[in-house]
Design a protein around this ligand. Structure first.
Ligand code: GUN
Length: 290
């Protein structure tokens, strides 16, 4: 058996088409949604991600402004930039690309972003709304994209056992909340580095969300026949045969495709969904705040 592909490019294109329609409505009211992306330093992967976000903005008609700050910027400089963006009424969404340079307090910056412009959904106000089960917050993009991709693939979530591997603030914790939300209704287990016999925990799952950041950790014999597996991992694995010296690998071993009913690829699965949901959050912020 070969798993049905949870194609993030195709699903993300559908989300982007919805976003475009919403942008047209805003344009008729004289509003152009505007996303500001702040990038501090020269982490190569971050520059690739930010470039992809800028291209998505262009595709859907969202204005983007990129603020590049040098790696040795003072914390106060980043604060200054965020405060200016908070008070600029033409800016609807603010994203400070992670990781920040070593020693810079990422959570302190997150706390500073106006929750109404927090298109990452990482501000405690937006995460708090998620915990409260409210629909009026901005929801983190990757977790929202995972749910949307499962629904797009026709995966039955309600009443099913979902196992999330990883408990990060950005993916594991919020995706667990989204899976267990009223209306989504999975029974959720969060597994992590201290979980005893993680393979056994996974084998009980109808849905596996792998968000751990370890290349190909989820093996074929961890997965129940027909389970839906979403691979959030993007890991660099040394590969001398490639010109760039590495290849990208997810958290899920390729052999899982022989067992799973649905599987998202890396690349082309969750990545495009994250970007599409960021566009949706930016437009939602523009609708709410103008
Ligand atoms: N770095 C990697 N992914 C993300 C993301 O979704 N948001 C931000 N701000 N930084 C990231």
């Amino acid at each position: 058996m070969s798993a049905q592909v949870l194609d993030g490019k195709a699903c993300g294109a559908e989300v982007e088409a919805e976003v475009k329609a919403k942008v047209s409505v805003l344009n008729e009211r004289g509003i152009t949604p505007h996303l500001a992306v702040v990038i501090v330093g020269d982490d190569p992967a971050s520059h690739v991600y930010v470039g992809a976000k800028e291209r998505a903005c262009e595709r859907v008609g969202v204005k983007s402004t990129r603020i590049d700050l040098p790696a040795d910027s003072d914390f106060s400089k980043v604060v200054d930039v965020v405060e200016k963006l908070n008070s600029d009424p033409s800016v609807h969404g603010i994203l400070v690309q992670s990781p920040l340079p070593k020693g810079m307090d990422e959570l302190a910056i997150t706390d500073m972003i106006d929750p109404a412009k927090d298109v990452d959904g990482f501000h405690p106000v937006n995460l708090g709304r998620l915990v409260q089960g409210r629909a009026d917050g901005l929801v983190p993009c990757t977790p929202a994209g995972v749910i949307r991709l499962l629904e797009w693939g026709g995966v039955d979530i309600s009443g099913k056992n979902a196992v999330v591997i990883g408990r990060s603030r950005i993916v594991g914790a919020p995706v667990s909340l989204l899976l267990g939300r009223k209306g989504v209704d999975a029974t959720v287990t969060i597994s992590h580095s201290r979980t005893s016999d993680i393979a056994d925990v996974c084998r009980a799952a109808d849905i596996v969300i792998a968000a751990v950041g370890r290349a190909e950790m989820v093996q074929a014999d961890w997965v129940k026949q027909g389970a839906a597996v979403v691979d959030v991992g993007v890991n660099r694995v040394d590969d001398e045969s490639r010109e760039r010296g590495y290849r990208l690998a997810g958290d899920v071993h390729p052999d899982v495709a022989d067992v799973a009913g649905h599987l998202s690829p890396v690349p082309g699965g969750v990545g495009p969904m994250t970007i599409a949901m960021l566009m949706l959050n930016t437009v939602t912020a523009a609708e709410s705040n103008s």
